[in-house]
Structures are given as structure tokens and as C-alpha cells.
Write a protein that binds this ligand. Structure first.
Ligand code: DAH
Length: 353
């Protein structure tokens, strides 16, 4: 093969290789294979020196042309591959503005907790402390010490869930007291008076349980807030003034308060407290059943029998107590017709508070 034939075969082969290179790395490999230090075209160029003086000019010219053609082909192909690579990088990194954003779902306090907090704030502002007691309670605290003796009919109003032991019998503590889920927060009154000496100003929010089927006005588990004051010289007037302050804070200045005589075993006298209907202002409407008033809580002066159970001298001290359902207060405040909405966890309902 003449040197001219060799060079033209080399050129065709090299240009084919440039065409087949699909990326910058394989293109660089082609460049090294032909034009690198050990490349095949470089070898030919180096061999020119051993040619005879007649052959050398034509071969030199031809091999230069091949080198230039190859370099041009490489340069063109490199810039094409580079712009292709750039274009694909741009499209890979592009922000897709049609992609929906990631939604944040910040939580918030449940409306019942908000209402409890508000009530707590009102009474903390009056100097009350927060009291606590267990939800799994002894019969003694839930009933007996609150002046419900064993066969008292008032127990029937608050049936509850009793705890059983492993053999299936009713669990009994210290050989005498059934274990149950507390039906009200009033047992916290007893725990408080067992551990603190008067003056006592305590507010006790917490969960309570009843053997009730859920309906628009009953829940088997709900939230109560208990208040207890024990001090020297406490009167029914103090109770009424305290409740009026609370009602105005909670429901606004236009609300009026009415106390109706009632019976609770652990207070004497006892009353139920109504507020004027926020819709009709006391005229009577559908929302208040034509009454003009809505019941919000029970209260009374602490019965001397309760004081005797905890060793407080009823001759020296007097006190008042009250208890309310947070779900009921929330329902009245926001006009909610069915208490079950508070526990169903429907976000469409809960988000509005
Ligand atoms: N514990 C009563 C109940 O659940 C509510 C109550 C009434 C609490 C009168 C009191 C009170 O402290 O004095 O129905």
C-alpha cells in the first residue's frame, strides 16, 4: 500500500470513528487514538522523515490535510456534543412549575382544649391553682366521700365502667373500694382537701366517663372542669359573683346568669346555673327550647359531710364548688347542635376553631 493509500484509509477510518462517537468521552478516545502521542496518524507523521526526498513533499502535504480534516471534524463534533449535553442538563434540572407544591399541615389545639385553656386562664386570673386526680378512681373518692353513701339513689344517675381483676371479679382496693372510671371531676375536691389545708382555690380540668350511649347531648367520655374554694367566711354570694365573672368572660358582657335550686349530694344548698340564651337574649327561641335560658353547670356550698370526710372543721371553714362540662360550654359558645362532632375527628369541622 502506498503512503497515500494508507493515509486516505486512515482518514476514512478516523472520520467514521468521529461520526460514531456518542459522547465527549468516546470522542476524546478517538482523538487520542489518532492524534495522541501514540496515535496512528501521529505515527505516520513521524515516519515522514524516513521517506525519500521525492516522496516527502506530497506525503507531507497529504498527511497535513488529513490531520486538519480530522481536527476540524473533532472540533465540530465536540461542540455539537457539548451543546447537546448542556441542553439535556438544563432540561433535567429545570423546575417543573406545574408540579403541585408540598402542602404543610400544621396542627392546632382541639377546640375542647382551647375552651378548657380559656376557662383555666379565667380562674388562674382569680388566683386559682390547678388540681389533678386519677381518671381510674376509687368508689370512695367518686361517690362515698362526696356524700353518696352505698345505696344512695344519686349513684344511679352516674353509672360508669368498673375495673375487673384478672379472674373477672370487680377489682377492689384495700378490701373495700371498687375501682372505676370517674364519672365527674368532683373526686379531685376530696384529693385536694386531703392534701392541702385551707385556704383552697383550685380548678381541676380532666376527662370523665359515663355508661352513656353517645347522642347529641351525651358522650361516654367527656371533659369536666371542677372548681373548689374553701376558706373562712365564704358565702353563696361569693359563689354567685365568681360564676357571673366567669360567664361574662366566656360568653360576653350581655350574658345574664340565673341560679335554680337543685340537688347534688356533696353541696348544700345546690343550684344549677343557666345563662341567658345568646340567640334570643332571654326571649325564648328554638335554640333554647323556648326557655330563654341554657344550663351550663352545677354548683353549691360544700356539704359539711364532705368536710368531715377530709377532716376540715365545718364550723370554721365554708366553701363552694362547681362543675361544668367543657363540651357543653363549647357547644353553647359556638352554637354546635351535636356533641358527637367534637370527637369524630372530622377536620372540616375542627379546622374552623
Ligand atoms: N359533679 C357534678 C356532675 O358531674 C357537677 C357538679 C355539681 C360539680 C355541683 C360540683 C357541684 O362541684 O358543686 O354532674
Amino acid at each position: 500500500m502506498s503512503i497515500a493509500e494508507e493515509l486516505s484509509a486512515l482518514r476514512d477510518e478516523a472520520l467514521d470513528a468521529v461520526v460514531s462517537a456518542t459522547d465527549l468521552d468516546s470522542l476524546e478516545a478517538v482523538r487520542i487514538a489518532y492524534l495522541g502521542k501514540k496515535g496512528s496518524l501521529t505515527a505516520v507523521l513521524r515516519g515522514l522523515g524516513s521517506l525519500s526526498a521525492e516522496e516527502r513533499p506530497a506525503a507531507g502535504k497529504l498527511s497535513n490535510e488529513v490531520r486538519i480534516a480530522l481536527e476540524e471534524a473533532l472540533t465540530q463534533k465536540r461542540s455539537r456534543l457539548e451543546s447537546e449535553a448542556l441542553a439535556s442538563r438544563i432540561s433535567a434540572q429545570a423546575v417543573d412549575v406545574t408540579l403541585p407544591g408540598r402542602q404543610r399541615m400544621p396542627g392546632k389545639r382541639h377546640v375542647i382544649h382551647q375552651v378548657v385553656d380559656e376557662i383555666v386562664q379565667t380562674f388562674v386570673g382569680l388566683g386559682y391553682e390547678i388540681g389533678e386526680g386519677p381518671e381510674v378512681e376509687l368508689d370512695y373518692y367518686n361517690f362515698t366521700a362526696l356524700n353518696h353513701p352505698a345505696d344512695h339513689p344519686a349513684r344511679a344517675l352516674q353509672d360508669t365502667f368498673y375495673v375487673r381483676d384478672l379472674s373477672g371479679d370487680r377489682a377492689v382496693v384495700e378490701g373495700e373500694s371498687d375501682v372505676l372510671l370517674r364519672t365527674h371531676t368532683s373526686p379531685v375536691q376530696v384529693h385536694t382537701m386531703e392534701t392541702k389545708k385551707p385556704p383552697i382555690y383550685v380548678l381541676a380540668p380532666g376527662k370523665v366517663y359515663r355508661r352513656d350511649v353517645a347522642d347529641p347531648s351525651h358522650l361516654p367520655q367527656f371533659t369536666q372542669i371542677e372548681g373548689l374554694v374553701v376558706d373562712e367566711g365564704i358565702t353563696f354570694g361569693d359563689l354567685k359573683g365568681t360564676l357571673e365573672h366567669f360567664v361574662k368572660r366566656m360568653f360576653g358582657d350581655v350574658s345574664r346568669v340565673r341560679l335554680r335550686p337543685h340537688f347534688f349530694p356533696f353541696t348544700e344548698p345546690s343550684a344549677e346555673v343557666d345563662i341567658s340564651c345568646g340567640i334570643c337574649g332571654g326571649e325564648g327561641c328554638r335554640s333554647c327550647g323556648g326557655e330563654g335560658w341554657l344550663e351550663i353547670l352545677g354548683c353549691g356550698m360544700v356539704d359539711p359531710n364532705v368536710f368531715r370526710h377530709v377532716g376540715i372543721d365545718p364550723e370554721r371553714y365554708s366553701g363552694f364548688a362547681f362543675g361544668m362540662g367543657a363540651e357543653r360550654i363549647a357547644a353553647l359558645k359556638y352554637g354546635i347542635p351535636d356533641l358527637r362532632l367534637f370527637i369524630e375527628g372530622d377536620m372540616r369541622f375542627l379546622r374552623q376553631f
